[in-house]
Design a protein around this ligand. Structure first.
Ligand code: AMP
Ligand code: ZN
Length: 455
């Protein structure tokens, strides 16, 4: 039976959907002010695998992932670029769709945008004011009154008093309590605004997810996810808002993905230590990025490096080498491999154990291919089937392996050209550039190194 780690109880729990056979899941979506980086990609790839697995096990899953299309960062980007707010939103929403589709991420069943949910958001804020969980401050903003919600801190396991003494909490004479958070912001000049009973303005970040999730999935639903950074304050505040409005439990299980790190630090826009998905897709197959993002356990951190991507590529090569040249066959019915795969994934989606099994299966295919090709082919079909649960191994093995050889040749040529440039051997550097051009490879020298793409 499926067990899932609940960030709230900090334990693995047996999972029972609220409605038999059906699972409703909400994953907080990106803020569309820039290209998504591979850290964002990791969280969405993790939930992609979880949803693929649940569907493969026969559940009818409704997957909601929102788009945050109102936010300070979007407004700042629009002002910096002297562009309309909506132009920024549309450009980065289209880019996000393109990147996610290249990574093979399933489209959510619903992808609500905040700007389409203003009436629900306003109704929810009104309810919170009527229930005495929210107040209009003297600057016109509406705030949530955290002291009114007895369970505040239930998800992050922070006590309000500890939080208050923390240095991160700013002191304000507008809020009743420093931890109170904004539900409605009164407009400042030059900002996009929407009408509300409290004046023209825009919603705070947290309220959008309470409103959109409850509208689409009901006041109580099964699973709610995001990256670990969302536990506090975002998800803590979602609980405070939703449960204060309904007086009902909001979510059954809270799931959080571990960080994608670079040199042991969380990859993030604010630290500037990020690689965008689209940049990495220039030189890496989507499947390689997927394997890298999902092969460690979803709650563990994963470290980004060129070496890690190379290892991901090598792992996929091992799988495709095993699949190469096998005749078509059906996967064996309820094999021991499949049962062990299910047991691993039922144990809080333990992908490292599941991948170890796929390697065992690969080994078995190689062992059998010379003497029992029919059985090797059946195991090959099983490898592809189980690979599909991870969104990998659906390519033609020859295509995958061929392109790797090309990449190797290109990278060797680029290294040789860089060496020639270090040696000031410009004739040799130019000769190699021309050789790459003849292979339709365009080279660009940037401050962070030489990049290449197919022209
Ligand atoms: P944002 O657009 O910043 O709200 O982020 C979108 C999603 O990416 C959220 O679920 C974040 O928790 C997640 N996220 C951001 N940075 C990382 C990272 N370095 N590793 C894993 N997930 C991340
Ligand atoms: Zn959210």
């Amino acid at each position: 039976m499926l067990k899932i780690y609940n960030s709230m109880t900090q334990k693995k729990e047996f999972f029972q959907p609220l409605h038999p056979g059906k699972i409703n899941i909400y994953v907080c979506g990106p803020t569309v002010y820039d290209f998504c980086h591979i850290g964002n990609g990791r969280t969405y790839a993790v939930f992609d695998v979880i949803i693929r697995y649940l569907r493969w096990r026969g559940y009818e899953v409704t997957y909601v992932r929102n788009i945050t299309d109102i936010d300070d960062k979007i407004i700042k980007r629009a002002n910096d670029n002297k562009e309309a707010f909506s132009t920024v939103v549309e450009r980065f929403t289209a880019a996000m769709h393109e990147d996610f589709s290249k990574l093979g991420l399933l489209s959510p069943d619903h992808e609500p945008r905040v700007t389409d949910y203003l009436p629900s958001i306003i109704r929810l804020i009104e309810k919170l004011i009527n229930n005495n969980y929210a107040y209009v401050a003297n600057n016109g903003d509406v705030y949530y009154d955290v002291r009114q919600f007895k369970n505040y801190g239930c998800l992050s396991h922070h006590l309000i008093d500890q939080l208050e003494s923390g240095a991160r909490v700013e002191i304000s004479d507008i809020k009743r309590d420093p931890l109170d958070f904004v539900l409605w912001k009164i407009a400042k000049p030059g900002e996009p605004t929407w009408a509300s009973p409290w004046g023209a303005g825009r919603p705070g970040w947290h309220i959008e997810c309470s409103a959109m999730s409850m509208d689409l999935l009901g006041e109580r639903f099964d699973l709610h996810g995001g990256g670990k950074d969302l536990i506090f304050p975002h998800h803590e505040n979602e609980i405070a808002q939703s449960e204060a409005a309904t007086q009902e439990k909001f979510v059954n299980i809270w799931m959080h993905a571990g960080y994608l790190q670079i040199e042991k630090e969380k990859m993030s826009k604010s630290l500037g230590n990020f690689f965008t998905i689209r940049d990495l897709l220039q030189n890496n197959k989507p499947e390689v990025l997927r394997y890298f993002m999902i092969s460690s356990h979803y709650r563990s951190p994963v470290n980004y490096s060129n070496q890690a991507l190379l290892q991901a590529h090598k792992a996929l090569e091992r799988f495709y080498n095993a699949l190469r040249g096998l005749p078509a066959a059906e996967a064996p019915f309820e094999s021991d491999f499949e049962k062990r795969f299910i047991a691993a994934m039922d144990d809080d989606f333990n992908t490292p154990v599941a991948f170890a099994l796929l390697f065992e299966l690969t080994h078995e295919i190689q062992r059998l291919r010379d003497k029992e090709i029919a059985l090797a082919a059946q195991y090959g079909a099983l490898l592809r089937l189980l690979g599909s649960v991870f969104g990998i191994l659906q390519d033609d093995p020859d295509c995958f392996l061929q392109s790797r050889e090309d990449t190797f040749v290109i990278e060797t040529l680029i290294s040789a050209r860089n060496q020639a440039r270090v040696d000031k051997n410009w004739a040799e550097a130019d000769r190699i550039r021309a050789q790459l051009a003849a292979m339709s490879i365009e080279v660009e020298d940037t401050v962070s190194g030489t990049k290449w793409k197919q022209s």
